[in-house]
Design a binder for this molecule. Structure first.
Ligand SMILES: [Zn+2]
Length: 80
């Protein structure tokens, strides 16, 4: 499960832990039985329960990336 936050996070929405940190990394998404890796996504991660919490901007960035890559796949299939 993934959570979306609107502003600065002070504790984890799952376990209420304060051990959360802001990270930038690659996030994997499964689209149509295919795994797409989205680089440079900024999100919060809870060190207590391992939950990832995403910003609305990050989700938008991820959707855009996935859409672009899904389109590339479709084009490749059509031309071959
Ligand atoms: Zn937690």
């Amino acid at each position: 499960m993934e959570f979306i936050i609107r502003d600065v996070l002070k504790n984890c929405p799952i376990c209420d832990s304060h051990r959360i940190k802001r990270v930038e990394g690659t996030v994997k998404r499964k689209i149509r039985r295919k795994v797409i890796r989205i680089p440079k996504v900024i999100y919060w991660v809870c060190e207590s329960c391992g939950e990832k919490i995403f910003f609305p901007d990050s989700l938008k960035q991820m959707r855009t990336y996935v859409k672009q890559h899904a389109d590339l796949e479709t084009e490749r299939l059509q031309t071959s």
